[in-house]
Design a protein around this ligand. Sequence first.
Ligand SMILES: C[S@@+](CC[C@H](N)C(=O)[O-])C[C@H]1O[C@@H](n2cnc3c(N)ncnc32)[C@H](O)[C@@H]1O
Length: 257
Amino acid sequence: MSNKTINSEQGHWLLAKMGKRVLRPGGKELTLKLVNELDIGHKDAVVEFAPGMGFTAALLLEKKPQNYTGIELNEEAAGLLQKRIHTKEYKIINTSASATGLRDSSVNKVIGEAMLTMQPDHRKSEIIREAYRVLKPGGFYGIHELGLTPDYIDPEVKKDVQQNLAKVIKVNARPLTKSEWCTLLITEGFKIKIIAENTMDLLKLKRIIADEGIFRTLKICFNILTHPKAKRKILEMRNTFNKYEEHLTAFAIIAEK
Ligand SMILES: C[S@@+](CC[C@H](N)C(=O)[O-])C[C@H]1O[C@@H](n2cnc3c(N)ncnc32)[C@H](O)[C@@H]1O
């Protein structure tokens, strides 16, 4: 799959094309919780994996950290962000979060949202390992990802959810249970500090209004209604999310090096 241009076949880019900016499963509410708990201040060197459309980047930069580096794999998305974020202290690098090129133990906060879920398990571990490598001891890594529930979910149901999600969002989505997310972090050396959860309501009207505000929601609805092909795909996504509602959730986890 090319990571040069924004491929609007993929669910998140299709939603972005329709005007959606908040593209993570637990919405703005869970993002705010994560950012608040990370307690970013003037002395922090912050790295964000996969800033995407830059929604969380804007929240992070409001805190005026000493440094901010966004690591975005998609060349076009990185280019758009580079137009907005390009000072000596605040920058975007177009590369993979699994090999950032940043120095060992050079930052104290890493955050990444809705980007591990779409990686195969070995790549999830590589990215977590990279977060661990660039963090100073005592530094924090915050993630916000798609979850499966309950923890003892039937493996057949899990397979079914993963296959159907991958089919509709055109990304190999592999959400995990709470224990599985924690195990991945612990295996790479992290200690779990905080776990928060929110419902996975990405395409529910109430959540869209909460995330995007009323005017942007109207604009998104207008865009969807006037693009029949996109509308069909988004309805398909929504039907799949609804079908598996009882098994889908969103986790934010903060882990310490
Ligand atoms: C679903 S979007 C989420 C974007 C943003 N974090 C948010 O929550 O709104 C996934 C993003 O992850 C980026 N991405 C995927 N794999 C990546 C990797 N290995 N390194 C850096 N970025 C990656 C994609 O290009 C895309 O911008």
